[in-house]
Design a protein around this ligand. Structure first.
Ligand code: ADP
Ligand code: ASP
Ligand code: MG
Length: 424
């Protein structure tokens, strides 16, 4: 008998019928003798609907006080889900109880809308498990020191589930979703994408951080830090499939460093269109300029992603960086009101229509010429590269958003990731 955490995403919880299906699957695992903790997301579309309502009553929504209220509103989606799932489990004849984040409690910092989990008190949950109950805990939310409800960022239920699994020393955390595992790239964009049976923790971390929303990045970080066995699998298989078969399906995140060394140089392609690019033009090229520009952005609690400083001409240079598109207006205002006047720059340009496409693979560590294959492929498609950034196991390029799908498909083919065509 093992302690197992299941996480079900929004689509998997998308209707009363699907919730009943989730309950049947969980009941099957509990009847097989496992102690079950279940972490569901809000029903699909619900978080967007709630945040849309908030925007309707206050389109500005920029300061901390407003962010607190956003979390208060967004967290209700998961509260409905846990109640419904616990009811559905009871209808299956299981003893089940639901908890909101604050009732566990899941303690977080106070960074509303992107809070980090600090600790999870497992006493209440353990007592329920010992009493033979299935425990259903809200994904995506926690409570800060002041007692305010916080949320963990979009897709944060993955992180809630892995953090609960880590805190409780669960034998495995199973992330049930609307695809049957982690693919070489988003199968909705490239139908030829292949499911991987395993992916290394390092590669999964890069894929998640570079935009593959199949797992939220912080969930992968938690899994790495606490060595939580983590698997991504489908919630759309029949609920009554053989439990051993189900337990081996999907994609397992592995921690053995060398496992993938002999395999493909590139394991996957990630992309996102969540970023916006700014260029400060004609900045005086002197020590401290990067700090003057990026320090002001960091002070506003805005994360910067890709940074490029050009060579200087006549003592002046151009400085480009990207941020999350949600922060577009704030950075635009900062540049116009503070950074450009303070640095003596000539002007700035802003482009919200960019995308970032990245190739990821442990094999890049030991193979030369991978980046040049990427650049050649993009040039053959006539795609202009605006920015480039690399690390040991990834190369990312910033492109005009309109080229995103073309670039992903071309790279997927160029690196031999397309599934082999089945002979008839
Ligand atoms: P959930 O609601 O279950 O959390 P998400 O929508 O957050 O589901 O994540 C699953 C989605 O992630 C898939 O439907 C798929 O479109 C997308 N995705 C992006 N990259 C990948 C990838 N490399 N492998 C699998 N799915 C991916
Ligand atoms: N419901 C939240 C969201 O839509 C959290 C999640 O689904 O993981 O982002
Ligand atoms: Mg998700």
């Amino acid at each position: 008998m093992a302690l197992i955490v299941h996480k079900y995403g929004g689509t998997s919880m998308g209707s009363p019928e699907r919730i009943r299906n989730v309950a049947k699957r969980v009941a099957k695992w509990a009847r097989a003798g496992h102690q079950m903790v279940v972490v569901p997301s809000a029903m699909s579309g619900e978080t967007n609907r709630l945040l849309g309502l908030a925007k309707e009553v206050n389109p500005g929504l920029l300061d901390d006080a407003a962010m607190r209220e956003l979390d208060m509103i967004a967290a209700t989606g998961e509260q409905v889900s846990v109640g419904l799932l616990a009811l559905a489990l009871q209808a299956e004849g299981m003893a089940a109880v639901s908890y909101a984040g604050w009732q566990v409690p899941v303690r977080t910092d106070s960074s509303y809308t992107k809070a980090r989990i600090a600790s999870i008190d497992d006493q209440r949950v353990r007592a329920d498990l010992s009493a033979g109950k299935v425990v259903v805990i809200t994904g995506f939310q926690g409570i800060d020191e002041a007692g305010s409800i916080t949320t963990l960022g979009r897709g944060g239920s993955d992180t809630s589930a892995v953090a609960v699994a880590a805190a409780m020393g669960a034998a495995e955390c199973l992330i049930y979703t609307d695809v049957d595992g982690v693919y070489t790239t988003d199968p909705r964009v490239v139908p030829e994408a292949r499911r991987m049976n395993t992916i290394s923790f390092e590669e999964m971390l890069e894929m998640a951080s570079l935009g593959s929303k199949v797992l939220q990045i912080r969930s992968v970080e938690f899994a790495g830090k606490y060595r939580v066995p983590l698997r991504v699998l489908s919630s759309f298989t029949p609920w009554d499939i053989d439990i051993d078969e189900e337990a081996k399906s999907g994609t397992l995140i592995t921690f053995e460093e060398d496992e993938k060394m002999e395999q493909a140089v590139i394991s996957g392609i990630a992309f996102n269109r969540d970023e916006a690019k700014f260029t400060v033009v004609g900045v005086p090229d002197k020590p401290g300029i990067a700090y003057q520009i990026l320090g002001a952005v960091a002070d506003a609690n805005i994360d910067v992603d890709v940074i490029v400083q050009n060579v200087s001409h006549d003592g002046r240079t151009d400085f480009s960086f990207t941020v999350h598109r949600n922060d577009f207006q704030r950075v635009n205002d900062l540049l116009a009101n503070t950074i450009v006047p303070n640095t003596g720059a000539a002007m700035f340009t802003a482009d919200p229509r960019i995308c970032k496409v990245s190739i990821v693979g442990i094999g890049m560590k030991s193979h030369a010429g991978v980046a040049s294959t990427m650049f050649r492929t993009l040039s053959e498609e006539g795609i202009n590269i605006q920015m480039i950034t690399t690390s040991e196991i990834k190369t990312s390029v910033v492109l005009d958003e309109k080229y995103m799908e073309l670039a992903v498909r071309a790279l997927h083919r160029a690196f031999g990731l397309d599934a082999p065509v089945t002979q008839v």
